[in-house]
Design a protein around this ligand. Structure first.
Ligand SMILES: CC(C)(COP(=O)(O)OP(=O)(O)OC[C@H]1O[C@@H](n2cnc3c(N)ncnc32)[C@H](O)[C@@H]1OP(=O)(O)O)[C@@H](O)C(=O)NCCC(=O)NCCS
Length: 184
């Protein structure tokens, strides 16, 4: 299947499609404890059918332009996901989110994928600002924001309610003018 974005020889992004349901569920089911630390939807994913339903909804959002959900492949292997989870077209901004399977951590894959994805967004969409919201305790995610030049703007106190507890959220953003400076 033709990729949505070829990042380098090994890494590519693919739009949500039904055939990804089985590999996604396999990763989520095998890595629940790792993923659920920071992702609110893990407990609700209990079967391949749940992943299929998620992909169906993502495909509908992608088609309507309300989200842009893609999956990161390393060669033929599903490595994770990155996507626009929310657009605010009036303010020309969006929020992106991502996850990487545990056994693919520590090699810079998500930093590389995020750099390519934010570059794609600024080049091809009418966006002025990209936001990333990370749980305050999620140091690895914050390290990605920092490596990519996102600025920490503040903390949304108890901004997320996940698995029965409130979490503080750190808000990061990158403006088009900053991205342009970093890209040149
Ligand atoms: C957040 C998450 C994607 C971070 O994964 P990660 O592997 O640390 O991120 P990267 O793929 O960018 O890799 C960075 C690591 O590779 C190293 N690295 C190696 N080569 C690198 C390169 N070329 N470029 C950047 N980093 C490189 C970095 O030093 C860093 O290692 P360190 O953590 O030991 O310092 C991952 O932990 C995850 O998916 N967690 C669960 C879901 C989640 O938290 N999602 C985010 C919600 S906001």
């Amino acid at each position: 299947m033709k990729p949505f974005l070829q990042i380098n020889e090994q890494l590519s992004l693919h739009l949500a499609r039904p055939e990804l349901a089985a590999p996604i569920f396999e990763v989520v089911d095998a890595q629940r404890n790792y993923l659920r630390q920071w992702l609110p939807w893990v407990d609700a994913t209990q079967s391949v059918e749940d992943s299929r339903q998620y992909l169906k909804e993502s495909m509908a959002h992608n088609a309507q332009g309300t989200q842009l959900i893609t999956f990161l492949m390393e060669g033929e292997t599903l490595a994770g996901s990155i996507g626009v989870v929310q657009y605010n077209k009036d303010c020309q901004k969006c929020e992106i989110g991502y996850w990487l399977r545990q056994d693919k951590q520590g090699r810079g894959l998500m930093t590389i994928a995020c750099a390519a994805f934010t570059g794609y967004l600024f080049r091809s969409k009418d966006l002025n600002r990209i936001e990333i919201l990370t749980a305050a305790g999620n140091a690895k995610s914050q390290a990605i924001c920092q490596r990519l030049g996102f600025k920490h703007e503040g903390t949304l106190r108890q901004g997320l309610f996940m698995y029965g507890a409130y979490q503080d959220i750190k808000l990061y953003s990158l403006l088009r003018q900053e991205w342009r400076r970093l890209a040149t």
